[in-house]
Design a protein around this ligand. Sequence first.
Ligand SMILES: CC(C)(COP(=O)(O)OP(=O)(O)OC[C@H]1O[C@@H](n2cnc3c(N)ncnc32)[C@H](O)[C@@H]1OP(=O)(O)O)[C@@H](O)C(=O)NCCC(=O)NCCS
Length: 429
Amino acid sequence: MTDSLTVRDNRTGAEYEIPITDGTIKAADLGQIKLNDDTPGIATYDPGFVNTASCRSSVTFIDGEKGILEYRGYPIEQLAEKSNFLEVAYLLVHGELPTKEQYDHWVHHITYHTFVHENVKAFMQGFRYDAHPMGMLMASVGALSTFYPEAANISDPDNRQIQIIRMIAKMPTLGAWAFRHAQGKPYVYPDNDLSYAENFMSMLFKMSEVKYDPDPRIAKALDTLFILHADHEQNCSTNAVRSVGSSQVDPYSAVSAGIGALFGPLHGGANEAVLKMLRRIGNKSEIPAFIEGVKNGNERLMGFGHRVYKNYDPRAKIIKKACDDVFEVTGVNPLLEVAQELEKIALEDEYFVKRKLYPNVDFYSGLIYEALEFPPEMFTVLFAIGRTPGWLAQWQELIEDKEQKIARPKQIYTGDRQLTFVPAEERWA
Ligand SMILES: CC(C)(COP(=O)(O)OP(=O)(O)OC[C@H]1O[C@@H](n2cnc3c(N)ncnc32)[C@H](O)[C@@H]1OP(=O)(O)O)[C@@H](O)C(=O)NCCC(=O)NCCS
């Protein structure tokens, strides 16, 4: 067996042999296939990159058919159960698990970089009273590039490390302040005695008490949710971080672009759509009619189906379990019953079975966030905090990858050519 592809161009009768490496061919190799020397070679057309690998990556592995998700080779189930978010962040960024010394050093640094410059606070306070927290997060992360101009020196690995630590450390501060802003409440400074998730809760919820006392079960659930969202290979926002980062801009600007991508409803917004759907269904007796609507094509079962997973999304299983812990503290979200019954019916129904439609990460996460009294606009902010180490691990991989170039896709031009320009005064005469 030869690892190559023989391509016959039926326009010319010419044959070409193109090497296959890792199940891919190099798109540039198709460039040699030409009608004649005066015409450009063949290119591929792939809107949305549905069948194009843009990089080599050793960060995250997904097998959508089998429902497998691994960070740096470790199954998500084991990390969610036995690790914590900062250890997972270290794993993603450094490629391997930390020693005790490395872990302590990492946690210490992230904990002590949680504060932001007072001018960042003033900047955030300048937003309108009803500003969307995701817009505030995107802008304030972008603004950090002006506070750390040395971040532009991306070729220095030590410099990259400090910016990575700063960004993971400050993201909860910015996210919590965006939340407080919408409520007209004073911003709460970080409490470095607390863990990552506990400190986030303190900045979100602390009022007049001297010290916020977080419920460990809620902190654990939030930490788990951050782990589940920490990376997902070349998704839309990660691709945005890589694409913008490929211009060699500083990482704050690149991550700010990733936050912009995540803001879009097709990426980060599905859990809110699940809540709206569950509320509309209202109670269990309405489910059969709703399912009929889905089968007739009048409805879509939000939180089901995935571009990559054609099996149970492994993250959905873990979130389902986290629901129990959260509801033990907050009381059960009445929509949970509807969600569970909906899942049960859908998983047995021929329509969903045939199309391999299973619950995805968003099916249960909105229920938890709602029980924690987060408004829907905060859901993507929580996603962004969790995804930050993944974006940064991927950004760093991009910077170190000698094969990478500035992202600059081709196009198929469909417009006019060679028109003659008539000046405005003549056209309008
Ligand atoms: C995620 C999603 C966009 C993936 O889409 P995709 O990979 O392009 O899959 P398709 O839209 O081609 O779906 C394949 C088939 O399943 C059906 N389908 C997919 N998701 C469905 C859903 N949630 N409810 C009902 N039918 C669904 C499609 O109608 C299609 O049926 P057909 O073959 O009869 O036309 C899609 O499953 C979806 O819209 N899910 C709901 C939104 C959601 O939860 N998004 C969060 C993703 S993390």
